[in-house]
Design a protein around this ligand. Structure first.
Ligand SMILES: C[S@@+](CC[C@H](N)C(=O)[O-])C[C@H]1O[C@@H](n2cnc3c(N)ncnc32)[C@H](O)[C@@H]1O
Length: 236
């Protein structure tokens, strides 16, 4: 009897993927056919209303050669390769993601960059090997339930040593005059149910030990986006 060669079936793509990902974000991040279509710079540009480069710059400007950087989740387009190239071969770029197809895309982009390591794991439980100079969440928090936000933020801050920094780039409550706010209300209602929480709470609200850090927040595009940095308070 001849047998068909093994296929990458749904079991592969859905292995160890949390329920909120399959229930809410299957179309965007789990389904491999959709991911193949969406993993492009132009998609990120459209989703961020043309603010992609400005928001990425807020991250890339923090990255220096030789740094140890952990990015907690994959982002479509070329952001991950830009960060990895910037830390260079003297640095470390650890990228985690919880979804197999995202790991496959990231591994393909980062192959040939020895400073990059791609790990399929939940950002809330990633151990890593060491402390990082920079730990970044680029638009992850608005996509996870509130309890998970807290776990991810706490785990990120756990990996920030005294001279390190955590960086969060994500959605925020738009100013009343910002017309995009009305579109985002619709998007949040039907597509992004965990995003509203970031309109109501500062990111520091999700940190169990927020008082141990200095928090700096700035908003852009009429409040639609926030760039938040947390640095450990000097002891003594
Ligand atoms: C960073 S967010 C959104 C990024 C942005 N909207 C874009 O253009 O790609 C999407 C990623 O978060 C990942 N993700 C969701 N929950 C996660 C978790 N708990 N730990 C690590 N990655 C997670 C998803 O698999 C997906 O690849």
């Amino acid at each position: 009897m001849t047998r068909n060669p093994p296929q990458l079936d749904d079991d592969f793509y859905y292995r160890d993927v949390p329920d909120y990902m399959t229930e809410v974000y299957d179309w965007a991040y789990v389904n491999p056919r959709h991911a193949a279509l969406l993993d492009r710079n132009v998609v990120v540009r459209v989703l961020l209303f043309g603010n992609d480069q400005r928001l990425m710059r807020a991250y890339l400007d923090r990255v220096r050669p030789g740094m140890r950087v952990w990015q907690v989740a994959h982002v479509y387009g070329d952001l991950v390769t830009r960060v990895a190239r910037r830390v260079g071969v003297a640095g470390v770029f650890d990228l985690t993601d919880v979804t197999p197809v995202q790991i496959a895309h990231a591994s393909r982009k980062l192959s040939g960059l020895p400073q990059a390591r791609v790990v399929q794991t939940d950002a809330a439980t990633f151990e890593g090997e060491r402390d990082y100079d920079l730990v970044t969440s680029f638009f992850l928090l608005h996509e996870v339930p509130d309890a998970k936000k807290r776990e991810v933020v706490d785990n990120m801050l756990r990996h920030v040593p005294p001279m390190g920094r955590a960086l969060f780039v994500d959605y925020h409550r738009p100013a009343p005059w910002q017309p995009i706010g009305w579109l985002l209300r619709w998007v949040n209602r039907y597509l992004e149910p965990f995003a509203y929480a970031l309109w109501r709470h500062d990111i520091r609200h999700y940190a169990s030990d927020a008082a141990a850090f200095d928090w700096h927040k700035r908003t852009v595009f009429g409040g639609v986006y926030q760039i938040v940095e947390a640095t450990p308070k000097a002891l003594g």
